[in-house]
Design a protein around this ligand. Structure first.
Ligand SMILES: CC(=O)SCCNC(=O)CCNC(=O)[C@H](O)C(C)(C)COP(=O)(O)OP(=O)(O)OC[C@H]1O[C@@H](n2cnc3c(N)ncnc32)[C@H](O)[C@@H]1OP(=O)(O)O
Ligand SMILES: N[C@@H](CCO)C(=O)O
Length: 502
């Protein structure tokens, strides 16, 4: 299938007016959440995927803002026919709490003072960020996310979702991340923060409407950016090439290409990021520890019900594959379904932004495992065989439904009644449900593949199927609308699996 762009997009806002309790114990609010969405939410609201962004990205993950020449930060992954296929899924991405791209953070105006919060902004954690995202998904009417995915800080948020809200996420894709920040990761963050705080313009965080600490922030990014690359990629990209000169200048001006590159990365970064936000977000990363200081990761996942694809990057020395493998082992120790894949790349940590081909292969193979259970409507109205036609029509109207599964006294599936059957009963003056309902009802089972259900729908020319468990009890319904959205022409029938367990 041809890959396309989501086109022109807009950043939207949702406001939480009440204060929320932060992990630190402080209460904080109001909070604005900036977010973007791509694709369409199906009627059952079962196809939503939340994308959590890495450290310095934002809600603008895909498409273009009017007048922009560059698309959102994960545009190579989100769009029609892409990994996160907007023809199938409803994609949400929001800026994190503490960020500087629309969601409330240190540069936002404190309503109590009318001035930017600066360092009056409370220290927030990844759990707090996820709490805020949960409020956004609730506001969008989503009871359960089909998936949550993200790299680096985004991966931490994805993991946190499954721990804090075990019943709210079906699939989780943490990429190039860890369940607990290591001393090395904290150390690099601290160097960045010290660079910012040593800049006299930082002024204890009170620099808004004054000169911002550009030098400190640029230095922080330069250090950070080195950790996102790899020895090999730097060798390939720059070697020992000199910048616009044939020989050393024997001073401390820029001699090497790599110096020039880092300087450029620092300079462009300060144009798009806030120094205080950098302090707060790196602090949230430092504090991230799903074990809550207990060291035993297995316990952290004991209530988790999500299925996982954990992706590590072979050349990532900042979040090395061993940290992903720790997550996998802890999940397996809890009998949680998990696949582990390594993305083979020399790019280093940032490879999750730079290898869309491999990412697509890994993630679409995983998402292809979606079954009826993942996307069915769980709150299906059901009627008893003895219900009158009038009552059945009332239930249909009340639930805005065109199909109602009919059950026996002992709760087993007995048939199905459609709006058409009701019309027939009225025109022929039939009073009993049993006179018009279909008895030989075609059903789906919760573990059935989407491909299998589409075949049934086509074969029987029907638009919705009751989903029944092993005891023939109705546990939901699945409609052709949901299914047709999840199946595209490119979806191969056999389900290949390139992912391994450790
Ligand atoms: C908003 C967000 O995007 S945040 C989420 C991810 N983004 C980031 O991490 C930061 C922003 N993005 C980047 O740094 C990069 O795009 C990456 C790391 C994601 C991808 O890297 P690449 O595609 O390999 O780009 P690369 O790191 O080579 O950077 C290219 C830029 O460096 C410049 N550059 C390359 N070599 C040199 C050099 N020797 N001296 C000066 N500048 C140089 C290029 O001119 C180019 O400039 P441009 O961005 O203005 O066009
Ligand atoms: N380079 C990316 C990933 C960092 O983990 C960012 O700046 O957000």
């Amino acid at each position: 299938m041809k890959q396309g762009s989501v086109g022109i997009v807009e950043t939207k806002n949702h406001k939480i007016n009440r204060k929320i309790k932060l992990e630190s114990g402080k209460k904080f609010g109001p909070i604005n959440i900036s977010y973007e969405t791509y694709g369409n939410l199906n009627e059952e609201k079962t196809n939503a995927i939340l994308i959590c962004h890495p450290l310095t990205a934002d809600a603008h993950a895909a498409g273009y803002h009017p007048g922009d020449t560059k698309p959102g930060w994960w545009d190579n992954m989100i769009g029609p026919g892409k990994t996160f296929d907007t023809e199938k899924y409803y994609i949400i991405c929001s800026n994190v709490l503490g960020g500087c791209k629309g969601t409330t953070g240190p540069p936002s105006t404190n309503p109590e003072t009318g001035k930017p919060y600066g360092t009056d902004f409370p220290v927030v954690t990844i759990k707090d960020m996820v709490k805020v995202q949960k409020k956004l998904t609730e506001n969008l009417g989503i009871k359960k996310l089909l998936a949550v995915a993200g790299g680096s800080l985004g991966g931490m948020q994805a993991l946190q979702w499954t721990v804090t809200y075990p019943n709210k996420v079906k699939y989780c894709i943490p990429i190039a991340t860890t369940a607990k920040s290591s001393p090395q990761q904290i150390a690099f963050n601290e160097v960045g923060r010290r660079a910012i705080m040593s800049d006299p313009n930082w002024n204890n965080g009170n620099y808004y409407n004054k000169k911002p600490p550009k030098n400190g922030l640029a230095l922080a990014r330069m250090v950070g950016h080195i950790t996102y690359l790899s020895d090999e990629s730097m060798k390939k990209k720059f070697g020992r090439k000199l910048r616009n000169k044939k020989e050393f200048t024997y001073d401390f001006d820029i001699n090497f290409e790599v110096e020039s590159y880092l300087k450029y990365k620092g300079k462009t970064f300060v144009e798009r990021f806030d120094a205080n936000s950098y302090l707060y977000l790196t602090r949230a990363v430092d504090y991230f520890d799903l074990t809550n200081g207990e060291n035993e990761l297995t316990n952290a996942f004991k209530n988790v019900k999500t299925k996982f694809l954990v992706i590590a990057i072979t050349s990532d020395w900042l979040y090395p594959p061993y940290q992903s493998k720790e997550i996998v082992r802890a999940l397996e120790a809890n009998d949680i379904e998990v696949s582990y894949s390594e993305l083979r790349s020399t790019y280093g940590h940032d490879a999750f932004l730079l290898e869309p081909g491999q990412m697509k292969h890994l993630i679409t193979s995983f998402l292809r495992k979606i079954t009826v259970n993942d996307v069915m409507e769980e709150t299906t109205p059901i009627i008893n065989k003895k219900t009158s036609i009038k009552q059945a029509s009332k239930t249909m109207m009340k639930n805005n439904s065109t199909h109602l599964p009919v059950i026996t006294q002992n709760g087993k599936i007995a048939g199905i009644i459609t709006a058409w059957d009701i019309a027939k009963a009225v025109s022929e003056d039939l009073k009993e449900l049993e006179d018009v309902m279909t008895n030989n009802v075609v059903t789906a089972n919760p573990n059935e593949s989407i491909r299998s259900v589409i075949n049934k729908i086509k074969k029987h020319n029907i638009s919705a199927l009751p989903v029944v468990d092993k005891k023939q009890k109705v546990i939901g319904t699945i409609s052709s609308d949901v299914i047709s959205q999840l199946i595209t022409k490119d979806t191969p029938t056999p389900e290949t699996d390139n992912q391994t367990n450790l």
